[in-house]
Design a protein around this ligand. Sequence first.
Ligand SMILES: CC(C)(COP(=O)(O)OP(=O)(O)OC[C@H]1O[C@@H](n2cnc3c(N)ncnc32)[C@H](O)[C@@H]1OP(=O)(O)O)[C@@H](O)C(=O)NCCC(=O)NCCS
Length: 207
Amino acid sequence: MLDSFEREQASRQVFETGRVEYIVAHAMVRNALANELGVDPHDFRFTRGKYGKPIALLGRTTVAISFNLSHTKGMVVVGIAAKNTDLGVDVENRLRKIDLSIANHYFAPPELSWIMAQATSNQTSAFMSLWTLKEAFIKATGKGLSQELNQFWFTNPFITPIRINFGADMQESNSLWSFEQRMLLDKYYISIGWRGLGQVNWIEIPD
Ligand SMILES: CC(C)(COP(=O)(O)OP(=O)(O)OC[C@H]1O[C@@H](n2cnc3c(N)ncnc32)[C@H](O)[C@@H]1OP(=O)(O)O)[C@@H](O)C(=O)NCCC(=O)NCCS
């Protein structure tokens, strides 16, 4: 189902688990797009935006579906939405070992305060909850890490609807953005963000 570029990327993964996750993620994207558009999953080719966000093409035409993907050890997430929806997804293992001192580098002051207000044993999990939301946003805009991470922040991701806040330098309106977050298998935080209204139809596919 994958093209030669994808097969080469998959073969470059050092560990077999990474190779499997890469293949599954890219096959899921192709399948999801093919199901929506009624074409063969192999028909798509992919190009990338200015900061690396993948864009699907059929022939020379950008497909009428937006998508984004994320993979981490043991979990793959694919999001699809109507054409021209800025959409980003991210998944992280909340039990992953991290040095919490790096939080200063990634989070805005209100986010740091919220993480530090959690019980010590929950702080890594809180970090990951916020981190997946921040990644969902920078992947939705497509800017990735070229976006300064302290220019936007989430106050409390456990209160729904989850709201994003923008610093004065951001040309964004928070009322135009929606976010949802779920935890799967008691360890994966999955966040999805999109510019627009509506809600997520979550579909879980067991391995
Ligand atoms: C794209 C980025 C924002 C997210 O990467 P990531 O969290 O490592 O990886 P994810 O699995 O969530 O996403 C990777 C996928 O996003 C997509 N992607 C790549 N660049 C993108 C961009 N600019 N915008 C949206 N999506 C992008 C690709 O499909 C990529 O998968 P592929 O290479 O298999 O095609 C990347 O710039 C990055 O490096 N993030 C920082 C990770 C980090 O520092 N983590 C430490 C804190 S816990």
